[in-house]
Design a protein around this ligand. Structure first.
Ligand code: GAR
Length: 206
């Protein structure tokens, strides 16, 4: 069975969608643990409600030791790390040990509205401020940069003149749930090939 760890910082709707996809046998995976860098993240409750092992890592640690602590928890136990709204930046050994085995969901069409400090509602505020007509979400592999790794799947959504950041966020989030689960499915089924910056998914014309 393909084993994953899910890292969260907030409400965990993406985590919930992964759990639901496993429960309805769409994903042939098991979530070995959910790790949060926020004690009050509601995603931890979602995990507990589904008998998934949970861990909280205090952000008082430096970024490096947050990464090292995560590595201690998961090393040798999982095939893939899924960042589902996880706001700490991973660095150091974990990136080497899990090269091409960490994926992240970001709420914009990378390379727009991404990078350090761009997360959550801020991303949608910037998209609306800029006046883009299309936004969306991206699942990508995690490398040493922030939101710079090879792109696996993107999905676009329209941006309307009357949109608020919250309305756009809700529209994008719906698509996030779908593409994150799709990416996990492709990876767990061995359908992904990385050629330089390009990600090829077998069985899809791309
Ligand atoms: C999601 O919109 C995700 O794309 C975003 O945090 C939200 C978490 O929602 N992540 C980032 O902005 C990372 N740069 P959730 O807790 O309901 O899954």
């Amino acid at each position: 069975m393909f084993k994953i760890a899910v890292l969260i910082s907030g409400g965990g709707t993406n985590l919930q969608y992964i759990i639901d996809s496993i429960n309805r046998n769409y994903l042939n995976c098991s979530i070995e643990c959910v790790i949060s860098d926020r004690k009050d993240a509601y995603g931890l409750e979602r995990a507990k409600n589904n008998d998934i092992d949970t861990h909280y890592i205090d952000r008082k640690y430096t970024e490096k030791s947050v990464s090292d602590r995560i590595l201690e928890i998961i090393d040798g136990k999982v095939d893939l790390i899924v960042l589902a709204g996880f706001l700490s930046i991973l660095e150091g050994e974990i990136l080497r040990k899990f090269k091409n085995k960490i994926i992240n969901i970001h709420p914009s069409l990378i390379p727009s509205f991404c990078g350090k400090g761009m997360y959550g509602i801020k991303v949608h505020e910037k998209a609306i401020e800029y006046g883009v007509k299309v936004s969306g979400c991206t699942v990508h592999f995690v490398d040493e940069g922030t939101d710079t790794g090879p792109i696996i799947i993107q999905k676009a959504v329209p941006v309307y003149s009357y949109d608020t950041a919250e309305k756009l966020q809700a529209r994008v989030l719906e698509e996030e749930h779908n593409i994150l689960v799709e990416a996990i499915k492709y990876i767990s089924e061995g359908k992904i090939e990385i050629i330089g910056r390009k990600v090829k998914i077998s069985s899809i014309c791309n």
